[in-house]
Design a protein around this ligand. Structure first.
Ligand code: PLP
Length: 365
């Protein structure tokens, strides 16, 4: 079959997802498995979204609204914008694809960072477009180094803010300087999947750049704080003209009926969002303290996950934790050999993670 496959397909390195709970139970014969591997919401889905879903189940013989009218209108109200500023996606992953398909000519490239969200590079590979990556600096995006990579053929810069898997962020001052120095035609995609968890004062107000007519596209998702990862729903906020071109490039029914209903209800679930944020911040401190007691260093995070230096092979630690029913993420694909990434869970889950980690580290001295 190889000879009939398009050449660029061989360059694609497939995305490796967090290991699913059911698969782990099946493969290792375990009863109790916890997953702290995909930065999902540990407190479940939004209850308001759940009850709206239950009411809508009998509607799924119908196609979804191809325009996402109610959800876009609700989002516009949320941000003081108009519906035409929004494009909905089957997760924000799909919108990364749509943005690239809309903007990149065959000879044009994207600029991003090493050790960042892998989908930027994978989707560029699928579309056979070049990717230029600057190394991180002290686990942070190095915007200065990225600026140097921008050339005549650069059309898009992708910034995960905060970055996954490091949990670090680009400050409003760093971003302002970067945007000022960037050539006019370059579009900056700010991927803000973890915006709800931010607890610092110098995080950029990305919408202000949009209002000042900068070429920025903001990506947000319902997969993390809203607890709807399984439904696949994300959106982008973009200048109206740009959003209209993105609309042209997506599938007509890319966002399913249940996702639209759930997203609409979740936006009204302020209590759930507040609770998620509050507990995540409390639990983050708990894990920090426990890691310090174990003598382990970590990268301070503004998101709902922590990159931990385990001082020995991270894949070995990942596998050892797995045997005790704790799924985390090894960092081999990101080039962090001695690290794991752990998602902040419930107190019970976090205690179990620390208990098992302590045991595993003793064995793997
Ligand atoms: C989790 C995550 C997303 C969200 O992807 P969805 O497709 O919306 O589930 C996007 N960007 C980053 C950096 C992420 O970590």
């Amino acid at each position: 079959m190889k000879e009939i496959i398009r050449k660029s397909v061989f360059k694609v390195s497939p995305y490796v997802a967090g290991k699913p709970i059911e698969e782990t139970k099946r493969q290792l014969g375990l009863k109790e498995v916890i997953k702290l591997a995909s930065n999902e919401n540990a407190y479940g889905p939004s209850p308001k979204a759940l009850s709206a879903l239950k009411k809508s189940l009998s509607m799924i013989n119908r196609y979804p609204d191809a325009q996402g009218f109610y959800l876009k209108r609700r989002l516009a109200k949320e941000f003081g914008l108009v519906a035409e500023n929004f494009v909905l996606g089957n997760g924000s992953d799909e919108l990364i694809d749509v943005v690239m398909k809309t903007l990149l000519e065959p000879d044009e490239n994207i600029v991003t960072s090493e050790a960042t969200f892998l989908e930027y590079e994978i989707i560029a590979q699928v579309l056979d477009r070049q990717v230029k990556k600057a190394p991180l600096r002290y686990f942070k995006y190095d915007l200065g180094a990225m600026l140097k990579l921008v050339d005549k053929k650069t059309k898009i810069v992708f910034i995960a803010n905060p970055n996954n898997p490091t949990g670090t962020y680009v400050t409003k001052f760093e971003l302002a300087d970067f945007l000022d120095a960037l050539p006019e035609k370059v579009v900056v995609v700010l991927d803000e999947a973890y915006d709800t968890f931010i607890d610092v004062d110098d995080y950029p107000d990305s919408l202000s750049y949009l209002r000042r007519r900068k070429k920025v596209v903001i990506l947000r998702t319902f997969s993390k704080a809203y607890g709807l990862a399984g439904l696949r729903l994300g959106y982008c906020i973009a200048p109206q003209e740009l959003a209209a071109y993105f609309e042209r490039m997506r599938q007509p029914f890319n966002v399913n009926l249940l996702a639209q209903v759930a997203g609409l209800a979740a936006l009204d679930d302020r209590d759930f969002l507040k609770k998620t944020r509050r507990l995540t911040l409390v639990e983050k401190d708990f894990i920090y303290r426990e890691l310090s007691k174990l003598g382990l260093a970590y990268v301070p995070s503004v998101a709902n996950f922590i990159l931990v230096d385990v001082e020995r092979n991270g894949v070995d630690v990942f596998k050892a934790l797995l045997k005790f029913g704790v799924i985390v993420r090894d960092m081999q694909q990101y080039g962090f050999k001695n690290f794991i990434r752990v998602t902040i869970g419930t107190r019970n889950e976090n205690e179990r993670f620390i208990r098992v980690l302590r045991k595993v580290l003793k064995e793997k001295k």
